[in-house]
Ligand binder design. Structure first.
Ligand SMILES: Cc1cc2nc3c(=O)[nH]c(=O)nc-3n(C[C@H](O)[C@H](O)[C@H](O)COP(=O)(O)O)c2cc1C
Length: 446
């Protein structure tokens, strides 16, 4: 591996696909690359629990991207609808909806979407819009746990204490962790939300366990006492109970999905799926154990991720500019995610795995995406920040015409808006809405 000059990450200096490929080769990266991008246009088949097959029109997906723009009752607003019209209009075969809360106290802000019986019709209208663009639509069910903060809940809902996490993000140290009784009440809430989502027309339901939100926090709760902490069986209990509850109310033709942190990349005993030794490295043994159980229950679609945007965003979304100078080249982070995704895809060949982290690559992403598909490192490739920036990215990538003037530049401005619970999008490429907000609330701020 080459010696990494940290300043490298602050410039993206590749001017051609060949330059990127040569750089990766010379510096010992194992990042797939294919000049032939025809694979991007291939169809993908996803299986529902009843054995029926859904055929997706291409291999590209829009990742879940929280926009903090819902109405206070949790319904999508006009601005939310605008975002989803852009996401589905981009040409991706699959749109993975952002974190939608299953219960009011667990929202990250008063403007996070939430499923309730009263707002089912508003979600139906959103689904209808997305379907006009022939996209497969996944609902992400979430409980924000330690990141909950809204008018109902002025403090975090911790499942466990985490010394490294709380050092980086000091918060509510005096707040007690949530009780087993509270956790026992959640599977029913997941099931209710799942049914509303299915009735609204979503094609798949995601029981989300990533980024240190509640279900992932519990997967990492080695130090929690009682039935939800300690052993793997205890730590996985709530995820599995929620999954079972969701499955029990859905039609067998609805696809079961999960956004899963393959590894939290937070040191043991505070992270899920990390080796006990240092430096922190992924150990996917427990990830595979969990997926063994979930696939036997009908899980067929996994959108992979790693790390947490609140703890180690350079792991979670390799960037050129961010809250801190990353300790590794962004390509190291991308390689880690591609390797992790490939390891799971090869272990579970029937799963549709969606790869993550590709927005960093700008207009050269299609070549690495095609390389990953060719090497069976994933069956689909997702884009998050790119989807905020570039409203026709999938169509253009498939046509071989990705426009360097429209791509995401991995500057983390969307994440800065999200951090402040402001309407979130791209202040650089979608200036009309998001630049004034960024100027007013984020410029010259810590
Ligand atoms: C502003 C912002 C909001 C996000 N919201 C969500 C979310 O609601 N659910 C989720 O699972 N991931 C969320 N993510 C993570 C993305 O889905 C994705 O994993 C990440 O951006 C890396 O992919 P990329 O390199 O294509 O951007 C968010 C990321 C950003 C920057």
């Amino acid at each position: 591996m080459f010696a990494f000059d940290k300043k490298d990450s602050y410039t993206f200096s590749f001017t051609s696909p060949d330059e990127l490929r040569l750089y990766m080769e010379r510096n010992g990266y194992h990042i797939p690359f294919s000049k032939d991008i025809s694979l991007l246009a291939g169809q993908v088949q996803v299986k529902a629990p009843d054995g029926s097959i859904k055929t997706l029109k291409n291999t590209l997906a829009t990742h879940p991207m929280e926009g903090c723009d819902a109405e206070t009752d949790g319904s999508p607003s006009a601005l939310t609808k605008r975002r989803y019209a852009r996401f589905s209009g981009s040409g991706t075969a699959l749109v993975w909806a952002e974190a939608i809360s299953v219960t009011p106290e667990a929202r990250t802000s008063d403007h996070q979407m939430m499923f309730t019986e009263k707002n089912a019709d508003a979600f139906r209208a959103l689904v209808d819009d997305v379907k006009k663009n022939d996209a497969f639509f996944v609902a992400q069910l979430t409980h924000s746990g330690r990141f909950a903060k809204n008018s109902d809940t002025p403090h975090a809902l911790f499942a466990t204490r985490s010394a490294p996490f709380e050092k980086v993000r000091p918060q509510d140290i005096d707040v007690p962790i949530v009780s087993d009784d509270y956790l026992d009440s959640l599977p029913e809430k997941y099931a209710k939300a799942a049914k509303i989502a299915e009735d609204a027309g979503f094609d798949a339901i995601d029981v989300k366990a990533c980024h240190q939100y509640l279900l992932d926090e519990l997967l990492s709760a080695h130090t929690r006492e009682g039935k939800y902490g300690g052993s793997f069986e205890n730590r996985a209990k709530l995820m599995l109970d929620c999954f079972d509850a969701v499955r029990s109310v859905l039609k067998p033709s609805t696809v079961l999905a999960s956004r899963l942190s393959l590894s939290d990349m937070i040191e043991y005993p505070y992270g899920f799926a990390v080796a006990e030794e240092k430096p922190v490295t992924p150990d996917l043994t427990e990830t595979k154990k969990l997926l063994e159980i979930l696939t036997a229950k009908g899980l067929s679609l996994v959108n992979m991720t790693m790390g947490s945007p609140y703890f180690n965003p350079h792991v979670n979304r390799p960037y050129n500019r961010g809250a801190y100078e990353p300790p590794e080249h962004p390509l190291v982070g991308l390689e880690r995610m591609i390797d992790g995704c490939a390891e799971i895809q090869k272990t579970f060949p029937d799963l549709v795995m969606i790869g993550t982290g590709y927005s960093y690559l700008r207009e050269f992403a299609p070549y690495v995406a095609a390389g990953a598909l060719k090497e069976n490192a994933a069956k689909m490739i997702g884009f998050g920040r790119m989807a905020f920036a570039y409203d026709t990215f999938a169509k253009d990538m498939i046509a071989g015409k990705t426009d360097p003037r429209k791509v995401c530049i991995a500057c983390s401005k969307c994440a800065e808006l999200k951090k402040r619970s402001l309407h979130t999008g791209c202040p650089i490429r979608d200036q009309e809405i998001y630049l004034p907000l960024y100027r007013e609330h984020c410029m010259n701020q810590k």
